[in-house]
Write a protein that binds this ligand. Structure first.
Ligand code: PMP
Ligand code: GLU
Length: 408
Protein backbone atom coordinates (compact mmCIF):
# COMPACT_ATOMS: atom_id res chain seq x y z
CA UNK A 1 0.00 0.00 0.00
CA UNK A 2 1.35 3.40 -0.93
CA UNK A 3 1.44 5.96 1.89
CA UNK A 4 1.04 9.70 1.60
CA UNK A 5 4.04 12.03 1.42
CA UNK A 6 2.45 13.80 4.36
CA UNK A 7 2.73 10.84 6.70
CA UNK A 8 6.05 9.72 5.26
CA UNK A 9 7.52 13.13 6.06
CA UNK A 10 7.17 12.80 9.84
CA UNK A 11 8.71 10.63 12.54
CA UNK A 12 6.79 8.91 15.32
CA UNK A 13 6.89 10.65 18.73
CA UNK A 14 10.31 10.18 20.36
CA UNK A 15 8.95 10.72 23.86
CA UNK A 16 6.26 8.06 23.45
CA UNK A 17 8.86 5.86 21.72
CA UNK A 18 11.25 5.90 24.68
CA UNK A 19 8.41 5.18 27.13
CA UNK A 20 7.25 2.24 24.97
CA UNK A 21 10.81 0.85 24.75
CA UNK A 22 11.11 0.88 28.56
CA UNK A 23 7.82 -1.04 28.90
CA UNK A 24 9.01 -3.56 26.32
CA UNK A 25 12.35 -4.10 28.11
CA UNK A 26 10.63 -4.46 31.49
CA UNK A 27 8.25 -7.04 30.00
CA UNK A 28 11.32 -8.99 28.85
CA UNK A 29 12.58 -8.98 32.44
CA UNK A 30 15.34 -6.36 31.90
CA UNK A 31 16.06 -4.30 35.03
CA UNK A 32 15.73 -0.91 33.38
CA UNK A 33 15.20 2.46 35.08
CA UNK A 34 12.95 4.65 32.93
CA UNK A 35 13.37 8.41 33.00
CA UNK A 36 11.57 8.72 29.66
CA UNK A 37 7.93 8.91 30.61
CA UNK A 38 6.35 12.35 30.48
CA UNK A 39 3.48 11.42 32.75
CA UNK A 40 2.74 11.43 36.48
CA UNK A 41 3.25 8.02 38.07
CA UNK A 42 0.30 8.66 40.42
CA UNK A 43 -3.15 7.20 39.92
CA UNK A 44 -5.94 9.70 39.24
CA UNK A 45 -7.43 10.99 42.54
CA UNK A 46 -10.22 8.72 43.76
CA UNK A 47 -12.99 11.37 43.73
CA UNK A 48 -12.41 11.97 40.00
CA UNK A 49 -12.50 8.25 39.22
CA UNK A 50 -15.72 7.81 41.25
CA UNK A 51 -17.39 10.68 39.41
CA UNK A 52 -16.69 9.08 36.04
CA UNK A 53 -17.95 5.69 37.25
CA UNK A 54 -21.15 7.29 38.51
CA UNK A 55 -21.62 9.09 35.19
CA UNK A 56 -21.15 5.82 33.34
CA UNK A 57 -23.68 4.06 35.60
CA UNK A 58 -26.14 6.89 35.08
CA UNK A 59 -26.04 6.30 31.36
CA UNK A 60 -23.54 8.86 30.06
CA UNK A 61 -22.80 6.51 27.21
CA UNK A 62 -23.97 8.53 24.23
CA UNK A 63 -22.42 11.10 21.92
CA UNK A 64 -22.07 14.51 23.51
CA UNK A 65 -21.97 17.92 21.79
CA UNK A 66 -18.79 18.24 19.69
CA UNK A 67 -17.01 20.95 21.75
CA UNK A 68 -18.11 19.27 25.00
CA UNK A 69 -21.00 19.35 27.47
CA UNK A 70 -21.89 22.91 28.36
CA UNK A 71 -21.43 22.52 32.13
CA UNK A 72 -17.88 21.19 31.68
CA UNK A 73 -17.03 24.03 29.28
CA UNK A 74 -18.51 26.51 31.77
CA UNK A 75 -16.36 25.05 34.58
CA UNK A 76 -13.25 25.41 32.41
CA UNK A 77 -14.18 29.03 31.56
CA UNK A 78 -14.65 29.76 35.28
CA UNK A 79 -11.23 28.26 36.06
CA UNK A 80 -9.54 30.29 33.33
CA UNK A 81 -11.26 33.49 34.47
CA UNK A 82 -10.60 33.02 38.19
CA UNK A 83 -7.14 31.45 38.14
CA UNK A 84 -5.62 32.83 34.96
CA UNK A 85 -7.40 36.16 34.51
CA UNK A 86 -8.60 35.25 31.01
CA UNK A 87 -11.88 36.90 30.00
CA UNK A 88 -13.82 34.08 28.37
CA UNK A 89 -17.07 32.14 28.38
CA UNK A 90 -18.11 28.52 27.83
CA UNK A 91 -18.61 29.11 24.10
CA UNK A 92 -14.89 29.94 23.71
CA UNK A 93 -13.88 26.47 24.95
CA UNK A 94 -13.43 23.33 22.86
CA UNK A 95 -12.68 20.11 24.74
CA UNK A 96 -10.63 17.57 22.81
CA UNK A 97 -8.91 14.22 23.13
CA UNK A 98 -5.89 15.57 24.98
CA UNK A 99 -4.07 18.89 24.75
CA UNK A 100 -2.20 17.23 21.91
CA UNK A 101 -5.35 17.19 19.80
CA UNK A 102 -6.21 20.74 20.88
CA UNK A 103 -2.87 22.02 19.55
CA UNK A 104 -3.21 19.96 16.40
CA UNK A 105 -6.68 21.37 15.69
CA UNK A 106 -5.54 24.93 16.41
CA UNK A 107 -2.66 24.66 13.94
CA UNK A 108 -4.88 23.09 11.28
CA UNK A 109 -7.28 26.01 11.70
CA UNK A 110 -4.48 28.61 11.50
CA UNK A 111 -2.13 27.48 8.75
CA UNK A 112 -2.30 26.62 5.04
CA UNK A 113 0.24 24.67 3.01
CA UNK A 114 2.10 26.58 0.30
CA UNK A 115 1.80 30.03 1.86
CA UNK A 116 5.23 30.13 3.50
CA UNK A 117 3.73 30.71 6.93
CA UNK A 118 6.11 30.69 9.86
CA UNK A 119 5.51 29.61 13.44
CA UNK A 120 7.94 30.87 16.07
CA UNK A 121 8.85 28.26 18.66
CA UNK A 122 11.30 28.99 21.47
CA UNK A 123 13.39 25.85 21.75
CA UNK A 124 14.16 23.36 23.20
CA UNK A 125 10.45 22.55 22.84
CA UNK A 126 8.15 19.56 23.04
CA UNK A 127 8.82 17.13 20.17
CA UNK A 128 5.27 17.15 18.80
CA UNK A 129 5.14 20.86 17.91
CA UNK A 130 7.49 20.32 14.96
CA UNK A 131 5.51 17.65 13.03
CA UNK A 132 2.22 19.33 13.97
CA UNK A 133 3.34 22.61 12.37
CA UNK A 134 4.71 20.91 9.28
CA UNK A 135 1.58 18.74 8.84
CA UNK A 136 -0.45 21.95 8.82
CA UNK A 137 1.81 23.41 6.12
CA UNK A 138 3.86 25.81 8.23
CA UNK A 139 7.56 26.17 8.99
CA UNK A 140 8.95 26.25 12.53
CA UNK A 141 11.28 29.16 13.22
CA UNK A 142 13.32 28.17 16.25
CA UNK A 143 14.41 30.72 18.79
CA UNK A 144 17.15 28.86 20.65
CA UNK A 145 17.35 29.26 24.40
CA UNK A 146 20.58 29.12 26.37
CA UNK A 147 21.20 26.77 29.28
CA UNK A 148 22.59 29.60 31.44
CA UNK A 149 19.33 31.56 30.99
CA UNK A 150 17.10 28.59 31.85
CA UNK A 151 16.42 28.38 28.08
CA UNK A 152 14.14 31.44 28.18
CA UNK A 153 13.56 33.50 25.04
CA UNK A 154 14.27 37.22 25.43
CA UNK A 155 12.02 39.96 23.99
CA UNK A 156 14.92 40.96 21.69
CA UNK A 157 15.21 37.41 20.34
CA UNK A 158 11.46 37.31 19.74
CA UNK A 159 11.47 40.66 17.94
CA UNK A 160 14.28 39.47 15.68
CA UNK A 161 12.49 36.22 14.81
CA UNK A 162 9.32 38.00 13.61
CA UNK A 163 9.01 38.41 9.84
CA UNK A 164 6.11 39.37 7.53
CA UNK A 165 5.47 35.62 7.21
CA UNK A 166 5.04 34.98 10.96
CA UNK A 167 1.57 33.59 11.51
CA UNK A 168 1.81 32.16 15.02
CA UNK A 169 3.97 31.48 18.03
CA UNK A 170 3.82 28.44 20.31
CA UNK A 171 5.01 29.00 23.84
CA UNK A 172 5.01 26.35 26.56
CA UNK A 173 5.31 27.58 30.12
CA UNK A 174 6.49 25.78 32.27
CA UNK A 175 8.49 24.03 29.61
CA UNK A 176 8.76 20.47 28.45
CA UNK A 177 11.63 19.51 28.08
CA UNK A 178 13.50 22.31 29.90
CA UNK A 179 11.78 22.01 33.29
CA UNK A 180 12.02 25.78 33.68
CA UNK A 181 9.53 28.64 33.51
CA UNK A 182 9.24 32.36 32.76
CA UNK A 183 8.76 34.73 35.68
CA UNK A 184 5.51 36.70 35.06
CA UNK A 185 7.30 39.98 34.18
CA UNK A 186 9.36 38.23 31.48
CA UNK A 187 6.25 36.66 30.00
CA UNK A 188 4.54 40.06 30.00
CA UNK A 189 7.55 41.55 28.20
CA UNK A 190 7.17 38.92 25.46
CA UNK A 191 3.48 39.81 25.31
CA UNK A 192 4.37 43.49 24.77
CA UNK A 193 6.44 42.54 21.73
CA UNK A 194 3.60 40.42 20.33
CA UNK A 195 1.09 43.20 20.97
CA UNK A 196 2.83 45.23 18.25
CA UNK A 197 2.33 42.50 15.63
CA UNK A 198 -1.39 42.06 15.17
CA UNK A 199 -1.33 39.23 12.65
CA UNK A 200 0.41 36.82 15.05
CA UNK A 201 -1.72 34.28 16.92
CA UNK A 202 -0.27 32.91 20.14
CA UNK A 203 -0.72 29.30 21.17
CA UNK A 204 0.00 29.26 24.91
CA UNK A 205 0.50 25.69 26.10
CA UNK A 206 -0.06 25.80 29.85
CA UNK A 207 -0.40 22.07 30.50
CA UNK A 208 2.23 22.12 33.29
CA UNK A 209 0.92 25.27 35.01
CA UNK A 210 0.13 23.52 38.31
CA UNK A 211 3.55 21.91 38.56
CA UNK A 212 5.74 24.81 39.64
CA UNK A 213 8.45 24.79 42.30
CA UNK A 214 9.47 28.42 42.64
CA UNK A 215 7.71 31.31 44.31
CA UNK A 216 5.54 32.53 41.42
CA UNK A 217 2.68 31.17 39.37
CA UNK A 218 3.03 31.20 35.58
CA UNK A 219 1.48 34.19 33.83
CA UNK A 220 -1.06 33.52 31.04
CA UNK A 221 -0.65 35.65 27.90
CA UNK A 222 -4.41 35.25 27.41
CA UNK A 223 -4.86 37.66 30.33
CA UNK A 224 -3.29 40.60 28.44
CA UNK A 225 -5.85 43.06 27.05
CA UNK A 226 -3.37 44.10 24.37
CA UNK A 227 -3.47 40.56 22.96
CA UNK A 228 -7.27 40.17 23.07
CA UNK A 229 -8.61 37.86 20.39
CA UNK A 230 -5.18 36.48 19.51
CA UNK A 231 -4.38 33.96 22.22
CA UNK A 232 -5.37 30.30 22.20
CA UNK A 233 -4.80 28.97 25.71
CA UNK A 234 -4.18 25.24 25.82
CA UNK A 235 -4.47 23.13 28.93
CA UNK A 236 -5.82 19.76 29.99
CA UNK A 237 -6.21 17.24 32.77
CA UNK A 238 -3.23 14.98 32.01
CA UNK A 239 -0.44 16.44 34.11
CA UNK A 240 -2.02 18.28 37.06
CA UNK A 241 -4.57 15.57 37.87
CA UNK A 242 -2.59 12.49 36.80
CA UNK A 243 -5.10 11.79 34.02
CA UNK A 244 -2.88 11.11 30.99
CA UNK A 245 -4.81 8.02 29.92
CA UNK A 246 -8.18 9.75 30.05
CA UNK A 247 -7.20 11.91 27.07
CA UNK A 248 -8.78 15.24 27.96
CA UNK A 249 -7.47 18.62 26.83
CA UNK A 250 -9.00 21.95 25.94
CA UNK A 251 -8.45 25.15 24.03
CA UNK A 252 -9.81 28.57 24.94
CA UNK A 253 -9.81 31.17 22.18
CA UNK A 254 -11.98 34.17 23.06
CA UNK A 255 -12.70 36.82 20.45
CA UNK A 256 -12.30 40.47 21.52
CA UNK A 257 -15.26 42.17 23.24
CA UNK A 258 -17.01 38.89 24.03
CA UNK A 259 -17.96 38.28 20.38
CA UNK A 260 -18.50 34.74 19.13
CA UNK A 261 -15.13 32.96 18.82
CA UNK A 262 -14.34 32.11 15.18
CA UNK A 263 -11.44 29.90 16.30
CA UNK A 264 -13.57 27.83 18.72
CA UNK A 265 -16.16 27.40 15.97
CA UNK A 266 -13.52 26.34 13.46
CA UNK A 267 -11.88 23.88 15.84
CA UNK A 268 -15.26 22.32 16.66
CA UNK A 269 -16.08 22.06 12.95
CA UNK A 270 -12.82 20.20 12.31
CA UNK A 271 -13.31 18.01 15.38
CA UNK A 272 -16.83 17.14 14.19
CA UNK A 273 -15.21 15.48 11.17
CA UNK A 274 -12.49 13.76 13.18
CA UNK A 275 -13.30 12.49 16.66
CA UNK A 276 -16.72 14.07 17.40
CA UNK A 277 -16.43 14.53 21.15
CA UNK A 278 -14.35 13.07 23.99
CA UNK A 279 -15.52 10.02 25.93
CA UNK A 280 -18.85 11.28 27.22
CA UNK A 281 -18.72 9.99 30.81
CA UNK A 282 -15.60 12.10 31.37
CA UNK A 283 -17.22 15.55 31.31
CA UNK A 284 -18.37 15.33 34.89
CA UNK A 285 -14.89 14.20 35.93
CA UNK A 286 -13.48 17.42 34.45
CA UNK A 287 -15.69 19.48 36.76
CA UNK A 288 -14.76 17.30 39.74
CA UNK A 289 -11.07 17.70 38.95
CA UNK A 290 -11.23 21.46 38.48
CA UNK A 291 -13.44 22.18 41.47
CA UNK A 292 -12.80 19.50 44.11
CA UNK A 293 -9.27 18.21 43.76
CA UNK A 294 -6.95 21.03 44.83
CA UNK A 295 -5.55 19.10 47.82
CA UNK A 296 -4.61 16.11 45.70
CA UNK A 297 -2.95 18.37 43.12
CA UNK A 298 -0.97 20.16 45.83
CA UNK A 299 0.17 16.91 47.39
CA UNK A 300 1.43 15.63 44.00
CA UNK A 301 3.13 18.98 43.36
CA UNK A 302 4.96 18.78 46.69
CA UNK A 303 6.14 15.27 45.88
CA UNK A 304 7.35 16.37 42.43
CA UNK A 305 9.18 19.31 44.02
CA UNK A 306 11.13 16.97 46.32
CA UNK A 307 11.89 14.54 43.52
CA UNK A 308 13.07 17.37 41.25
CA UNK A 309 15.44 18.63 43.94
CA UNK A 310 16.74 15.09 44.52
CA UNK A 311 17.37 14.44 40.83
CA UNK A 312 18.91 17.86 40.23
CA UNK A 313 21.30 17.39 43.17
CA UNK A 314 22.41 13.96 41.93
CA UNK A 315 22.86 15.10 38.32
CA UNK A 316 24.76 18.23 39.30
CA UNK A 317 27.31 16.07 41.12
CA UNK A 318 28.04 14.03 37.97
CA UNK A 319 31.08 14.84 35.88
CA UNK A 320 30.54 17.11 32.89
CA UNK A 321 26.79 17.81 33.22
CA UNK A 322 25.34 21.32 33.13
CA UNK A 323 21.81 21.28 34.42
CA UNK A 324 19.41 24.15 35.28
CA UNK A 325 17.40 23.66 38.45
CA UNK A 326 13.85 22.49 37.72
CA UNK A 327 11.30 25.23 38.44
CA UNK A 328 8.34 23.72 36.59
CA UNK A 329 6.95 20.57 34.88
CA UNK A 330 8.76 17.34 35.85
CA UNK A 331 11.86 17.31 33.69
CA UNK A 332 15.52 18.11 33.87
CA UNK A 333 17.42 18.73 30.67
CA UNK A 334 21.17 18.56 31.28
CA UNK A 335 23.81 19.47 28.69
CA UNK A 336 25.82 16.28 28.24
CA UNK A 337 28.07 17.47 25.39
CA UNK A 338 31.21 17.41 27.59
CA UNK A 339 31.12 13.65 26.96
CA UNK A 340 30.95 13.85 23.16
CA UNK A 341 34.07 12.37 21.55
CA UNK A 342 34.40 9.71 24.27
CA UNK A 343 33.99 5.93 24.00
CA UNK A 344 31.86 3.78 26.31
CA UNK A 345 33.15 0.66 28.13
CA UNK A 346 31.47 -1.54 25.51
CA UNK A 347 33.10 0.42 22.68
CA UNK A 348 30.23 2.70 21.65
CA UNK A 349 31.29 6.08 20.27
CA UNK A 350 29.44 8.92 22.01
CA UNK A 351 29.11 11.74 19.49
CA UNK A 352 25.54 12.99 19.95
CA UNK A 353 22.65 12.99 22.41
CA UNK A 354 21.24 10.08 20.44
CA UNK A 355 24.34 7.87 20.78
CA UNK A 356 24.68 8.94 24.43
CA UNK A 357 21.09 7.86 25.18
CA UNK A 358 21.46 4.59 23.27
CA UNK A 359 24.68 3.64 25.05
CA UNK A 360 23.28 4.63 28.46
CA UNK A 361 20.27 2.38 27.89
CA UNK A 362 22.24 -0.57 26.52
CA UNK A 363 25.03 -0.47 29.08
CA UNK A 364 23.67 1.11 32.28
CA UNK A 365 19.99 0.23 31.68
CA UNK A 366 18.84 3.80 32.19
CA UNK A 367 16.39 5.31 29.68
CA UNK A 368 16.49 9.04 28.89
CA UNK A 369 15.13 10.97 25.90
CA UNK A 370 17.81 12.32 23.53
CA UNK A 371 17.42 16.07 23.03
CA UNK A 372 17.70 16.07 19.22
CA UNK A 373 13.97 16.07 18.50
CA UNK A 374 13.31 18.97 20.89
CA UNK A 375 14.88 21.27 18.29
CA UNK A 376 18.38 22.37 17.31
CA UNK A 377 18.93 23.86 20.78
CA UNK A 378 18.32 20.45 22.33
CA UNK A 379 20.99 18.54 20.48
CA UNK A 380 23.56 18.63 23.31
CA UNK A 381 21.03 17.57 25.95
CA UNK A 382 19.06 14.61 27.21
CA UNK A 383 15.74 14.80 29.06
CA UNK A 384 15.10 12.96 32.32
CA UNK A 385 11.65 12.85 33.87
CA UNK A 386 11.40 12.82 37.65
CA UNK A 387 7.81 11.59 37.60
CA UNK A 388 8.96 8.39 39.29
CA UNK A 389 9.85 7.17 42.79
CA UNK A 390 12.78 8.42 44.90
CA UNK A 391 14.22 4.89 44.73
CA UNK A 392 14.16 4.99 40.93
CA UNK A 393 15.76 8.42 40.88
CA UNK A 394 18.51 7.36 43.29
CA UNK A 395 19.23 4.05 41.57
CA UNK A 396 19.02 5.48 38.01
CA UNK A 397 21.31 8.40 38.84
CA UNK A 398 23.77 6.06 40.60
CA UNK A 399 23.96 3.91 37.47
CA UNK A 400 24.27 6.95 35.22
CA UNK A 401 27.02 8.54 37.35
CA UNK A 402 29.04 5.30 37.50
CA UNK A 403 28.67 4.81 33.74
CA UNK A 404 29.76 8.40 33.01
CA UNK A 405 32.92 7.84 35.03
CA UNK A 406 33.84 4.88 32.81
CA UNK A 407 33.70 6.87 29.56
CA UNK A 408 37.14 7.52 28.12
N1 PMP B 1 1.96 19.92 25.66
C1 PMP B 1 3.08 19.51 26.26
C2 PMP B 1 4.19 20.48 26.44
C3 PMP B 1 3.23 18.20 26.69
O1 PMP B 1 4.35 17.81 27.28
C4 PMP B 1 2.18 17.30 26.47
C5 PMP B 1 2.44 15.90 26.91
N2 PMP B 1 1.60 15.02 26.91
C6 PMP B 1 1.00 17.78 25.86
C7 PMP B 1 0.94 19.09 25.46
C8 PMP B 1 -0.17 16.92 25.56
O2 PMP B 1 -0.78 16.38 26.66
P1 PMP B 1 -2.14 15.57 26.57
O3 PMP B 1 -2.38 15.28 25.13
O4 PMP B 1 -1.92 14.35 27.37
O5 PMP B 1 -3.19 16.45 27.15
N1 GLU C 1 4.23 14.94 26.71
C1 GLU C 1 4.81 13.80 27.34
C2 GLU C 1 6.28 13.73 26.99
O1 GLU C 1 6.82 14.65 26.45
C3 GLU C 1 4.05 12.54 27.01
C4 GLU C 1 4.36 11.90 25.70
C5 GLU C 1 3.97 12.78 24.57
O2 GLU C 1 2.79 12.93 24.31
O3 GLU C 1 4.91 13.34 23.98
O4 GLU C 1 6.91 12.76 27.29
Amino acid sequence: MELSDRVNSIKPSTTLGVAARVKELKAQGVDVIGFGAGEPDFTTPENIIETAIEALREGKTHYAPVPGELNARAAIARKLKNENGIACSASDIVISTGAKQSIYLALQCLLDPGKGQEVIVPTPAWVSYFPMVSLAGGTVIEVPGAVDNDFRMTPEQLEQAITPRTRAMIINNPSNPCGTMYPPDEMRALGEVLAKHERITIISDEIYEKLVYGDCAPFSLGAMDSLAGRVITINGMSKAYAMTGWRIGYACSPAPDGDESPMAKAMAKLQSQMTSCITSFCYRAIIEALENSADAVESMRETFAKRGALMHGLLSAMPGLVCPKPTGAFYVFPDISAHFGKVSPEGRKIDSALTFAEALLEEAKVAVVPGNDFGEAGKNHVRLSFACSDENITEGCKRMGEWLRTLS
